[in-house]
Design a protein around this ligand. Structure first.
Ligand code: FCB
Length: 477
């Protein structure tokens, strides 16, 4: 991504003409509409039916790591309320539901015997979804590594990649007759660089060399699991990455390229092309060497993948700033400043930039044309309030509407985008922010566990039923 190929900051207007003139924006037939969640963020039941502790159970208990000491012990209590939640999904007309399987439910100590009671939950959930006509999209790793494996080195240990493949095969063994699309990892960049380098996520380590090792072993785990799933008969394999356009002024081309390498190409190129980008290898080499990358690893990592899952929230804005220390999550980013957003932001202080989704989809179509695309996460946190039993979240509707217009524009320009899964179905445990950040289209009152579909949920139901956006952009209605 060069500094000049994407819209400049704050310019989100290139999707406007479609909307402002009130034309119907129909999505392709069969476009997959859905919502996403993750195990630790919603399930609760942290010590039930033989589940072992994960790194998030332990990390959330370290004072100061998660806002107000929140944990996922109860979360949305989805483990016990999944039937109600599936009814809610069906009521919204969702065609697809992306959830994650908790590795420590299936393998309480990460390896060794499989815990059948843990698999029973996903068995029941899968059947419930199918009974309501909703296609299950499981992700096998959404950051809840069994703590026993972290104690043995975590993702810095090569062995964990092999244990991941064993676990993937065990889940397939139980659910493979009903699941078509298998996603191996969610956002390995976050798992490696926030987990092992900046330390703001579990397991909370602060060691750049460990992060590059972890990133490689996550990719290796993806390849080994993809191969095991394929051998077992999986129809479609997917990998979900957090991807973002990196944008900077014309004099910051080198900064843009470096951050793009660390964030995007470090994962895209090995998984989809079978090699690491040279610029990323050079940075990794300066941070602990390349001894962890063995002959043959890239062939293992480079498995056929039918779908690339894209989690898009915002672009990264960078500029050249000699003397600036490296960003703690981007080892090797010395001399680069990560600029705060200038335009509108969400409650996370993340910039709102739908044009970034369009340019990202087009870039992926151009650079990796052989893989189908699925937006596996997109959405926004805002400070929602319940009034008279309703949640009027117009800002979220505006956010989703604008991003869907951007997705539509990308499809019109040729992107092979197959579906869109909103993050998130439910307000949930937002990692280091605890329960303070609400991303759901359904409000959760955590004291009572009452669910209240927000206006965005009702709006989304209409979008799904029309397979498109029928009116002018949301603000014009
Ligand atoms: C993504 C995560 C997801 C959620 C959203 C807001 O990075 O995959 O679990 O936290 O961000």
């Amino acid at each position: 991504m060069s500094a000049t190929t994407t819209a400049s900051r704050g310019q989100d207007g290139d999707v406007e003409p479609d909307g402002r003139h009130g034309r119907r924006l129909a999505f392709p037939d069969g476009f997959v509409w859905g919502a996403a969640t993750a195990a630790y963020q919603i399930e609760g039941a942290a010590a039930e039916d033989g589940r072992g502790p994960s790194i998030w159970d332990c990390f959330s208990r370290v004072p100061g790591k998660v806002a107000d000491g929140h944990t996922g012990d109860v979360a949305c209590d989805h483990y016990h309320r999944y039937e109600e939640d599936v009814r809610l999904m069906a009521g919204l007309g969702l065609a697809a539901y992306r959830f994650s399987v908790a590795w420590p439910r299936v393998c309480p100590t990460g390896s060794g015997p499989v815990n059948a009671r843990g698999l029973d939950f996903y068995d029941r959930l899968t059947d419930e979804l199918l009974a309501h006509g909703i296609v299950p999209y499981p992700t096998l790793y959404h950051w809840d590594l069994p703590q026993a494996l972290e104690d043995a080195g975590g993702w810095t240990s090569r062995d964990v990649a092999y244990r991941f493949a064993d676990y993937a095969a065990a889940v397939h063994d139980r659910l493979g007759d009903r699941i078509r699309t298998w996603t191996t990892l969610n956002e390995p960049w976050v798992a490696a660089f926030l987990g092992y380098c900046s330390g703001v996520h579990a397991p909370g380590r602060e060691d750049p060399a460990a992060a590059f090792r972890a990133a490689h072993h996550l990719l290796l785990g993806h390849g080994l699991a993809a191969s095991a799933l394929r051998t077992a008969g999986a129809a479609e394999i997917a990998l979900t990455l957090n991807l973002a356009p990196v944008i900077g002024p014309d004099d910051a081309v080198a900064a843009v390229t470096r951050v793009d390498g660390l964030l995007n190409r470090q994962f895209l190129d090995p998984a989809l092309r079978g090699h690491y980008p040279r610029d990323v290898l050079d940075i990794a080499e300066r941070h602990g060497g390349l001894g962890h990358i063995r002959d043959g690893d890239l062939e293992i990592i480079h498995q056929p993948v039918e779908l690339l899952g894209i989690n898009y929230y915002n672009p990264s804005f960078v500029s050249s700033a000699p003397g600036e220390p490296a960003n703690p999550a981007f080892p090797g980013s010395e001399g680069i400043r990560f600029d705060p957003p200038a335009g509108p932001t969400t409650a996370m202080d993340w910039p709102i930039d739908p044009a970034g989704l369009e340019s990202l989809l087009l870039r992926l179509s151009r650079d990796y044309p052989e893989v189908g695309l699925l937006v596996t996460e997109n959405g926004a946190a805002f400070d929602d309030v319940v009034r008279d039993g309703r949640v009027a979240d117009a800002e979220r509707v505006g956010y989703l509407d604008a991003h869907l217009r951007a997705a539509h524009a990308a499809i019109s320009a040729g992107a092979d985008l197959r579906g869109y899964l909103v993050w998130s179905l439910l307000d949930n445990f937002e990692w280091a922010y605890g329960y303070h950040k609400r991303f759901g289209i359904v409000y959760v009152d955590f004291a009572t566990q009452r669910r209240i579909p927000k206006e965005s949920a009702l709006w989304y139901r209409e979008v799904i039923s029309r397979n498109g956006l029928s009116y002018g952009s949301q603000g014009d209605e």
